[in-house]
Design a protein around this ligand. Structure first.
Ligand SMILES: O=C(O)C(=O)C[C@]1(C(=O)O)C=C[C@@H](O)C=C1
Length: 110
């Protein structure tokens, strides 16, 4: 039986990392597609960009999931906070644009 060389093992592991990174990019793209719609909904209905209660619930949930998965819960929380900060910036920008547009030009009347 021939042993796998360290170089071959590294290449195998990197192939898996490539797949995982690609999946993460696709999942993040889907998440941002979703939060963009949430941002539009919030802007249209003058709802606040951030929801600290929702964030607290999600942080607790993700920390628990991370523990179960043997992922550092501190890291999971940092990742979530990083993503949410970006989402809130997008929401705030959409709210500003909605305000600049005024209450809506399409009144449904002729
Ligand atoms: O669920 C919402 O209300 C969102 O705007 C999404 C989201 C998130 O990205 O998870 C972002 C900002 C809020 O503070 C809470 C959660």
């Amino acid at each position: 039986m021939t042993e796998e060389t360290p170089e071959a093992r590294l290449a195998t592991l990197r192939a898996s990392i490539d797949n995982i990174d690609a999946a993460l990019v696709h999942m993040l793209a889907e998440r941002f597609r979703c939060t963009q719609e949430v941002g539009r909904l919030k802007a249209e209905h003058a709802m606040p960009a951030s929801d600290p209660d929702r964030e607290a619930r999600q942080t607790a949930r993700l920390r628990s999931l991370a523990e179960d998965a043997h992922l550092d819960p501190e890291f999971a929380e940092k990742w979530f906070n990083f993503v949410v900060a970006e989402v809130i910036q997008h929401h705030t920008r959409l709210a500003g644009a909605a305000q600049a547009d005024g209450p809506g030009t399409d009144t449904g009347t002729a």
